[in-house]
Design a protein around this ligand. Sequence first.
Ligand SMILES: Cc1cc2nc3c(=O)[nH]c(=O)nc-3n(C[C@H](O)[C@H](O)[C@H](O)COP(=O)(O)OP(=O)(O)OC[C@H]3O[C@@H](n4cnc5c(N)ncnc54)[C@H](O)[C@@H]3O)c2cc1C
Length: 486
Amino acid sequence: MGKNIKIIGSGFSSLAAACYLAQNGNEVTVFEKNESIGGRARQLKRQGFTFDMGPSWYWMPDVFERFFGDFNKKPSDYYELIKLSPAYRVYYGIEDFIAIADNLEEIINTFEKIEKGSGKVLAQFMAEAKSNYNIAIKDLVYRPGVSPLELITTETALKVGQFLSNISKDVRKKFKNERLIQILEFPVLFLGAKPSDTPSFYNFMNYADFGMGTWHPKTGMYDVVKGMESLALELGVQFEINSNIEKIIVENKKAVALQINGNRIDADIILSGADYHHTETLLDPEYRAYSEKYWESKTFAPSSLLFYVGFNKKIENISHHALFFDVDFNQHAKDIYDEPKWPENPLFYANFPSITDKTAAPEGMESGFFLIPLAPGIEDTPELREAYFEKIISRFEALTNQNIKENIIFKESFCKLDFEEVYNSYKGNAYGMANTLLQTAFLRPKLKSKKIENMYFTGQLTVPGPGVPPALISGKLVAELIEKNL
Ligand SMILES: Cc1cc2nc3c(=O)[nH]c(=O)nc-3n(C[C@H](O)[C@H](O)[C@H](O)COP(=O)(O)OP(=O)(O)OC[C@H]3O[C@@H](n4cnc5c(N)ncnc54)[C@H](O)[C@@H]3O)c2cc1C
């Protein structure tokens, strides 16, 4: 008989888990503290503009196909995808940028033009990256992180050297041009750590980038949330928004109920897709599996300073996604990971969804999203936010050769303190715990509580790690583990 399963949080991992658990005949309810579902992928709507508040790069379309395929559906049953062309631009100076095409052949030509001989090297690098993608994303990440043996296969045994070297070293061995090196190091930033702390094997992210392309759901990433919500509702999942979980009640070493507004809600199984550290604080100290010292010792993905900006005109000389790498990449990385402080000259990323999606801004206007990665736990004040907006918007104007400051109708910021308050995020991290060698698979916080029965976890602090595709996989893994243990 189906179990009564209560899920904390409504991010992608919780939504995925809810679908699988409901498909297996369980009675599933999702409780979200905020007024809308989707976790970090929530939407912001202001004066006719719509922003995706978090994720904006739709990578690894095969993972989404596999998710919907598990329910005999396709992503296209719920949303339409557009392949971006160019995928993105990387700026290095005033109107000086490299556009990354939507196909590998053209990208190889671009490389060759910048560094003689690098086209052929890139083709070989991508063949290896594709092979790693097939091993990692089609197989390894679908293992539950229970045992080190999960990582030992005939294929990984042949690639052991790639776990001992790192992306930064590997890319520098093959390419000399600093711009090409930065482009190849960029995708692993999604995994939350420095390229020099990320094993070479993770170059599968380069295949996700150049090999599979950058996609955009027709009216934004929130289309995916709505698609998953529709599927969940079809399967009988119930949603309760504005429902902050205050406590997880444990009796006889079993998680038995949630507390909301002082009321007790019983459950056979409790699953949390909220920040793992926060979830443990909902348990009495003796039932927590990881100490504060443990969390303190881990490498977390960066926090971020974000701006959602409405412009009353179209922005020129720009593409849907743009990276501003006109300053020292290594210095900014040091300011995030080694000696945490606000970077003097920050790298930043911007996207303008209204270039692709006419519903994102009123006619003739543009919606802009700006992101500066920052160290988790950093000081966050209104003055710092404002000073950094001024820094990046001035640089943006110079690099794209136009004036836009006077065309700002409104801007909203979101930073470390908001990540903590809105998502209960540990140190205000933006996207979870990084995937370094020592924070991979069985070395990550576990899907099942080590201290109490009937308590499970999913999401970006457990396996497989940060990002939307891993969140879908995490939901599947935990649902399988719950079914196995019933
Ligand atoms: C700015 C930004 C940009 C990003 N860009 C990309 C990108 O381009 N591509 C990509 O693939 N990934 C990207 N990511 C990462 C990706 O968004 C996340 O890894 C993923 O969405 C995490 O999903 P999750 O289910 O683990 O957690 P979350 O989305 O954090 O969901 C957890 C939910 O739990 C809720 N919650 C917390 N505490 C409680 C409580 N006590 N009671 C009830 N509910 C609670 C929270 O409100 C939240 O809704 C980005 C993230 C950010 C922040």
